[in-house]
Design a protein around this ligand. Structure first.
Ligand code: UTP
Length: 479
C-alpha cells in the first residue's frame, strides 16, 4: 500500500494535480486511504486530454452542422406508416421476448438536481393515487410483460456511487416488488473529477475529490466493466431495452420497437416524437455524412428549429429524441472497448469545494467544469440505426423539475389521461376537461393492464364492473 501511495502521489504531481493531497497530513489513516482510493480512480491521461480540449481551449465548443439533414423515421401506422411492416415488427419482437433475448436496462445514476428530491430519483412517489415509486412502476411493467410472454425479464439498473446503497436497500425493503431478485441486477456507473477553469481537480472536502457520475453515456462502459454484458451472454440476452428512470409512461418493453430493431439488423435504435413546438427542448435526430446523429436543442440554430416543410407545414427538424433506445449487447461491448469511444461534453456548474486554507466554499456561480458522456453519441457508430415514431401520450412524460413543465404534477396528469383513454376505449365514458384529464382520480397498476390492449382484456373480464364516478384504482389482475 505505501508503495502504491507513493506511485499515486508521484503521478498526480507529474500531472500538475498534486494539490489534491494538500490536506492529506491532516487526515487520519482511514480518511487518507479513502482519498487515495478516490485518486486512483482518476484516469490522469484522459483528464489531461479533456482539460486541453474542453477547458483550456476557450470553452465554447462549436458543433459541426455541415451537411446536416433531418433524419428519416418510421411513421406510426395511424400517421401514414406501413401497417403490415409494424405488425411484422411486433411479431418479431414478441418472438424475441418469448425466447428470453431481451433485458430491460434503466439508467438511474443521475443526480436529479432539478427535482431536488432527497433520495434516489427512482424512489420518488410518482403515481397519482397509490403514490408508487418510479421503480415500482417499472417493476410492475416488467413483471406483467414477463407473465405475458411467459418469460421473466432480467432488469439491469445503473446506479451511481452516491445512490447505489440506497437503491439496493429500497428494493430489499419492498421485496423487489414481486420480481425474482436474481433477475434484478444493480451496478454502479463511473465517476469523473470536476476541475476548475484552469484544469485543476477540485476537492469537495479536504479529504475527498469533487467526483460526479460520468453521464448516461457512461452506461456503455459500466455495462462492460461490471460484468453485466457477460451475464447477459450467459443468459442468452442479446438485446437491451434502454430507458431513463424519470419517465413512468415509457413502454419499458415494446415488442414493435424491439422487432424493428431486430428485423433491420440495427445495433442501436431510437424512438422519436414530433416536436410539439420549435422551441421544445428535445434533441433532434439528424443525418450527417451518412450517419445518424442527435443534435441538442442548444446546438441547433433557432432558425433551423423553426424551418418548416413547404409541402406539409410540419417542422423540418421535427424528430425529437426522448431517450428511449434498443441496444445490441455486442455493440455495447464494442463501444466500451473502442479506442475513440464516446466524446465527453463540458458542463459548467456550481461545485462545492474548499479554498487554499481548506475552508468550505459554496459558490454562487459556476466555478468549475464537469465532464459527461451522452448515450446518444453512440448512434453514429451503430450499424443500420432505426428511428421509429411513438405516440408521446403513451411513452413520454418525464419528471425533471419540481414545478412547471415535466414536473410531478404534469406527469400525474399524463398518467391519468392515459388511464382515462384506456377506460374510454373499453366503452366507459370518462368525464374530464378539454385536455382529457379525468374529473376523478384514476390509477391502473401495470399488473392490471400495461397498455390499451392488456387493459381492455382485463377490464372485459371484470365482473361486476366497478363504478368509476368516485375515482378508481385498479391494482390486481382479474384472474
Ligand atoms: P438527466 O439528464 O435528466 O439528469 O438524466 P439528472 O441527473 O437525472 O437530473 P438533473 O439534470 O441533475 O436535474 C436523464 C437520465 O439519465 C440518468 C438519470 O438518472 C436519468 O434517468 N443519468 C444521468 C445517469 O444514469 N447517470 C448520469 O451520470 C446522468
Amino acid at each position: 500500500m505505501p508503495q502504491a501511495l507513493d506511485a499515486i502521489l508521484e503521478s498526480f504531481h507529474r500531472a500538475g494535480q498534486g494539490h489534491v493531497f494538500a490536506f492529506a497530513d491532516r487526515l487520519g489513516p482511514e480518511a487518507r486511504a479513502r482519498l487515495v482510493a478516490e485518486a486512483s480512480e482518476v484516469d490522469l491521461a484522459e483528464l489531461d486530454r479533456l482539460v486541453s480540449t474542453l477547458v483550456r481551449s476557450s470553452g465554447a465548443q462549436s458543433v459541426d452542422l455541415e451537411g446536416l439533414l433531418p433524419a428519416p423515421y418510421e411513421r406510426l401506422p395511424g400517421n401514414g406508416g406501413d401497417a403490415a411492416a409494424w405488425a411484422k415488427a411486433r411479431a418479431a419482437g414478441e418472438a424475441a421476448l418469448r425466447a428470453g433475448r431481451v433485458a430491460a436496462f434503466t439508467v438511474a445514476g443521475g443526480q436529479g438536481t432539478r427535482l431536488g428530491y432527497d433520495g434516489p430519483k427512482g424512489t420518488f412517489p410518482v403515481t397519482p393515487v397509490r403514490r408508487c415509486s418510479l421503480f415500482q412502476v417499472f417493476a410492475e411493467k416488467l413483471r406483467a410483460a414477463g407473465l405475458h410472454y411467459d418469460r421473466p425479464i432480467h432488469w439491469f439498473i445503473m446506479t451511481s456511487h452516491q445512490n447505489h446503497a440506497a437503491t439496493e436497500a429500497f428494493f430489499l425493503e419492498n421485496g423487489h416488488f414481486g420480481l425474482d431478485p436474481s433477475r434484478v441486477h444493480f451496478f454502479r456507473q463511473g465517476r469523473m473529477p470536476a476541475v476548475d477553469f484552469s484544469g485543476k481537480i477540485l476537492l469537495e472536502t479536504q479529504g475527498s475529490l469533487a467526483l460526479s457520475p460520468d453521464g448516461h453515456g457512461g452506461s456503455l462502459r459500466a455495462l462492460a466493466r461490471s460484468g453485466a454484458l457477460d451475464l447477459m451472454q450467459e443468459e442468452g440476452i442479446d438485446t437491451l431495452s434502454y430507458f431513463q428512470v424519470d419517465n413512468p409512461l415509457v413502454r419499458s418493453i415494446d415488442p414493435a420497437f424491439i422487432g424493428w430493431h431486430l428485423l433491420r439488423g440495427s445495433e442501436m435504435s431510437s424512438k422519436m416524437v414530433p416536436k410539439a413546438y420549435p422551441e421544445e427542448k428535445l434533441g433532434h435526430f439528424c443525418v450527417q455524412k451518412g450517419r445518424l446523429v442527435v443534435i441538442e436543442y442548444s446546438d441547433l440554430p433557432m432558425e433551423l428549429q423553426r424551418e418548416r416543410d413547404t409541402a406539409t407545414g410540419s417542422l423540418r427538424y421535427e424528430a425529437g429524441s426522448i431517450a428511449i433506445h434498443i441496444i445490441d449487447r455486442e455493440f455495447v461491448r464494442r463501444m466500451a472497448g473502442g479506442t475513440g469511444g464516446l466524446p465527453f461534453h463540458r458542463a459548467d456548474k456550481k461545485i462545492a469545494t474548499v479554498d487554499a486554507s481548506g475552508a468550505e466554499v459554496r459558490p454562487a456561480k459556476a466555478n468549475g467544469v464537469k465532464f459527461e458522456l451522452f448515450v446518444f453519441d453512440a448512434l453514429p457508430f451503430a450499424r443500420n440505426p432505426v428511428v421509429i415514431e411513438t405516440a408521446r401520450a403513451d411513452d413520454f412524460s418525464p419528471v425533471k423539475n419540481a414545478e412547471g413543465v415535466d414536473s410531478p404534477a404534469t406527469c400525474r396528469a399524463d398518467q391519468m389521461r392515459q388511464f382515462g383513454r384506456w377506460l374510454a376505449a373499453s366503452g366507459v365514458p370518462v368525464p374530464g376537461d378539454s385536455t382529457g384529464l379525468p374529473d376523478f382520480s384514476l390509477e391502473v397498476s401495470p399488473l392490471f393492464g400495461y397498455d390499451e390492449e392488456t387493459f381492455r382484456e382485463a377490464w372485459s373480464r371484470l365482473d361486476p364492473k366497478p363504478d368509476v364516478a368516485d375515482g378508481l384504482c385498479l391494482t390486481t389482475p382479474s384472474k
